[in-house]
Design a protein around this ligand. Structure first.
Ligand code: GLU
Length: 433
């Protein structure tokens, strides 16, 4: 029996291979085998420390009430306060949030930030809400979270469907509900805030920027150059649109984009800045004038150098992987490939750069924001970018080194390099009592 299967049996977790939580934890435990993690640590990491689920009513504009379901899952805090985004999406479920919280533990550990991992979410399509409804939902969810979040305990941030404005409402609600003492540094309860309310320069583009720094470090040894790179992208939200704009600024060609509204293709190159404006105005890539509308099959089959999924988990299954015609998969989204799809692509010689490295730029600049809030400092963009680059390049080098030393693929190496210093802290701290 593999180590992860034995752990699932001991924890009485149903070992369902299609479940994203099972997939993520199995991959982390497989990486742990190269470090010979003690069994007690495997058991600790295989399930979150806390799983909160709450149902709360929100007053809608027409006078009716709707009850929403919200989650906050705190996976691990041995390296520092819990940290991770809050997602507003209709398909948010407990197991996704659990998987994403474990990935946050791995991201923070890999970049060596003084944070653990958490994730939250509300099952809602924010596009269906007015701004006032979204504000009331956010405030009510924050009050339901109560003291389960805090600047020294658990620090949310934006994720899919949430943004800087949502973070401002979370911080304001938290500050109103807590004592004057806690209120003093209360805005540090979240990161990804608007600049005018304690946010950081460079936080908005941070995930895309971090991904570009990782590529800058890793592409040359893989035989790629930005100027010759054609890429396709799934998702044109914060991560996708920033990644596209920053890669195009470096000379890469954006060939095609797929999002919830459709797929667009222009072999000569799509202007990422113009597409960003179009999406801001219309809500999606469909109808963009300077590209052809194509089918999903055409999108997946397009020959490109790099394919960048930057939307939801598990979007690329075996069927989609079989259609891909790329040399490199760069994960902007968390867990976008099913394990079977990943195995298939690796067998075909496709390089896969995992999300836990590629999209760690967001939480890294969140750390800078948290640090600025605590030290009452304001850093300029140059300073944020250069420190981001330093940490991303160091993380990328740790992954490459782990992959060489243990002769493993990049995902296993990214988890392995992240896990490396966790056992040490557990053995120093011991387990209470
Ligand atoms: N939601 C982002 C992520 O998944 C950022 C998390 C954070 O900044 O805490 O990495």
């Amino acid at each position: 029996m593999s180590s992860s299967a034995a752990v699932f049996t001991e924890l009485q977790l149903h070992n369902d291979p299609d479940n994203v939580y099972v997939q993520v934890i199995s991959a982390i435990l497989d990486a742990g085998e190269h470090l010979k993690l003690p069994r007690r640590l495997e058991l600790i990491l295989a399930q979150p420390k806390n799983e909160l689920m709450m149902h709360f009513p929100v007053l809608m504009d027409d006078g009716s009430f709707k009850v929403f379901k919200g989650y906050r899952v705190q996976h691990n805090n041995v390296l520092g306060p819990y940290k991770g985004g809050i997602r507003f999406h209709p398909n948010v479920h407990l197991d996704d949030i659990k998987a994403l919280s474990a990935l946050m533990t791995m991201k923070s550990a890999l970049v060596q930030l003084p944070f653990g991992g958490a994730k939250g979410g509300v099952q809602v399509d924010p596009r269906d809400l007015s701004e006032q409804e979204l504000m009331r939902l956010t405030r009510r969810f924050t009050s339901a979270l109560g003291s389960n979040i805090g600047p020294d305990y658990d620090i949310p941030a934006p994720d899919m469907g949430s943004n800087a404005q949502v973070m401002a409402w979370v911080a304001d609600t938290y500050m109103n509900l807590h004592s004057p003492n806690e209120r003093l540094n209360g805005s540090g309860v979240v990161t990804g805030k608007p600049l005018a309310f304690g946010g950081s320069q460079g936080r908005d583009k941070a995930t895309g920027q971090g991904l570009v720094y990782v590529l800058e470090e890793m592409l040359p040894s893989m035989g790629f150059a930005f100027e010759k790179m054609r890429f396709s992208l799934i998702g044109f939200g914060n991560v996708g649109s920033w990644t596209a704009r920053l890669l195009c600024e470096r000379g890469a060609t954006l060939s095609a984009v797929l999002d919830h509204t459709g797929a667009v293709l222009n072999a000569k190159g799509i202007d990422a800045a113009a597409l960003t404006q179009h999406v801001a105005q219309t809500g999606g890539v469909a109808g963009y004038g300077d590209a052809d509308a194509v089918s999903e099959d055409d999108f997946y089959e397009l020959e490109v150098d790099a394919f960048i999924p930057a939307a939801l988990e598990q979007m690329v299954d075996v069927r989609r992987a079989a259609q891909l015609n790329c040399k490199l998969v760069v994960e902007g989204a968390n867990a976008p490939l099913t394990p079977e799809a990943e195995r298939m692509l690796i067998a075909q010689g496709v390089h896969i750069l995992p999300a836990v490295l590629c999209n760690a730029g967001g939480v890294t600049v969140s750390y800078f924001e948290w640090k600025q809030n605590r030290q009452a400092e304001t850093w300029d963009l140059k300073s944020v970018d250069s420190q981001l680059k330093t940490l991303m390049v160091a993380a990328a080098r740790r992954v490459v080194e782990f992959s060489r030393t243990h002769n493993v693929d990049m995902r296993t190496a990214a988890y392995g390099a992240g896990l490396e210093h966790i056992p040490n802290v557990y053995s120093i701290r011991g387990i209470f009592p």
